[in-house]
Design a protein around this ligand. Structure first.
Ligand code: NAD
Ligand code: ZN
Length: 350
């Protein structure tokens, strides 16, 4: 139990409504009757955390201050609320960063990832870049302790990748991924694991294209110097890609993808496009394309699939490229910003 004497902890906090983050003493979060208090062991940095660090317009209108940030984590149960029966001190756990309402139509139907009133850990409620995190037991995932802490700390973005990559059947299909960021890199391994024939990925960052090759991409294409139609000819593809995973958030990438899809192709859209992004709608209509928007992960079918695929040989360990102790978070954010990284981990173990 957390004793009376140690009511505060260290946390990475958005304190001022200006760019930057602050490591500071913060109250240990409250433990409600249905909550689980977690001693954080590892956390990993997400693009969302970068937006909060930079204090862009999205962050300014979304994040109240002060706010403990971060939502990708793994830890050990420290204490549980009086109504929690399935979790016990010492269990290794990770968790879902979207806290859903439980009462809307989708929640009641068991489609919690489509809840229309979610609140975000480390965005609208205290987060995981801290020594302790308190979340509802319905958000806690009992982890397989045989999976490494580093990998477990990436279950949130791995869940984005799995939810996107498994949205459409890829067995025997040719898959195009645009954007070799951490999530695109993970999606390579998932699509291969799920039986895709060719997995082609595009980016313009040589460091990430190199990682993409290590992750098993059939071809990792630098779109500054080559194009997709040449790749298709080289691979002997005749009609275009069957499944597209848009993971860059870049409008040009989406347009490249639309033009490279086969008739009847399926696209899962994870990347967050700007409001002004324009596409050639003729390609969607006349080629009979399906486009599905992806937000978050399915609770908890995606979590189940992540676990079982890791248990049956899925390997995403190469996506993790950097590790820092939590008090060196400034260096960690700098590495993330440079683009010369995959996933960057913060270590909270003493
Ligand atoms: P990231 O920003 O690290 O990676 C994006 C990659 O796309 C970069 O490596 C960049 O060089 C590359 N890129 C830029 N322009 C390109 C182009 N024209 N063609 C090909 N590649 C190009 O992002 P990430 O953390 O891997 O996340 C991927 C995307 O998914 C981001 O847009 C992110 O905002 C979004 N996202 C969405 C959700 C959701 O729930 N929908 C969740 C997490 C992340
Ligand atoms: Zn809901």
């Amino acid at each position: 139990m957390v004793t009376q004497g140690m009511r505060t902890m260290l946390a990475i906090v958005k304190r001022e409504r200006t760019p930057g983050l602050w490591l500071q003493e913060t109250p240990i979060p409250m433990l409600g009757a249905f909550d689980v208090l977690i001693r954080v062991k590892r956390s990993s940095i997400c693009g969302t955390d970068m937006h909060i660090y930079d204090w862009d317009s999205w962050a300014q209108k979304t994040v109240p201050t002060p706010m403990v940030i971060g939502h990708e984590f793994v830890g050990v149960v420290q204490a549980v609320g009086s109504h929690v029966h399935d979790f016990h001190p010492g269990m290794v756990v990770t968790g879902e960063g979207h806290v859903v309402c439980g009462r809307c139509r989708n929640c009641l139907a068991g489609r919690r990832h489509l809840c229309n009133k979610t609140s975000g850990v480390g965005v609208n409620r205290p987060g995981a870049f801290a020594q302790y995190l308190s979340i509802p037991e319905t958000n806690v995932w009992a982890a397989d302790p045989n999976i490494s802490l580093e990998i477990l700390s990436c279950f949130d973005p791995l869940g984005n990748a799995v939810h996107t990559a498994l949205s459409f059947d890829v067995l025997g299909e040719d898959v195009l991924i645009t954007g070799a960021g951490p999530i695109g890199l993970m999606a390579i391994a998932i699509a291969k694991h799920a039986g895709a024939r060719f997995v082609v990925i595009t980016d313009m960052n040589p460091y990430r294209l190199d990682l993409a090759r290590k992750m098993g991409a059939t071809i990792a294409l630098d779109i500054r110097t080559a194009n997709l139609s040449t790749v298709m000819t080289d691979l002997g593809m005749k009609e275009g890609f069957d499944v597209g995973l848009e993971m860059s958030g870049n409008a040009q990438a989406l347009n490249d993808m639309l033009a490279a899809m086969c008739h009847g192709g399926k696209i899962a859209l994870l990347g967050i496009q700007s409001k002004a992004a324009a596409i050639d709608w003729d390609l969607v209509v006349f080629n009979g394309l399906t486009i599905k928007g992806i937000y978050g992960r399915e609770m908890y079918e995606t979590w189940y699939k992540m676990t079982s695929m890791l248990q049956s040989g899925l390997d995403i360990s190469r996506v993790i490229t950097h590790r820092f102790p939590y008090f060196e978070f400034e260096q960690a954010f700098r590495v993330m910003k440079s683009g010369q990284s995959g996933k960057v981990i913060l270590d909270w173990s003493e």
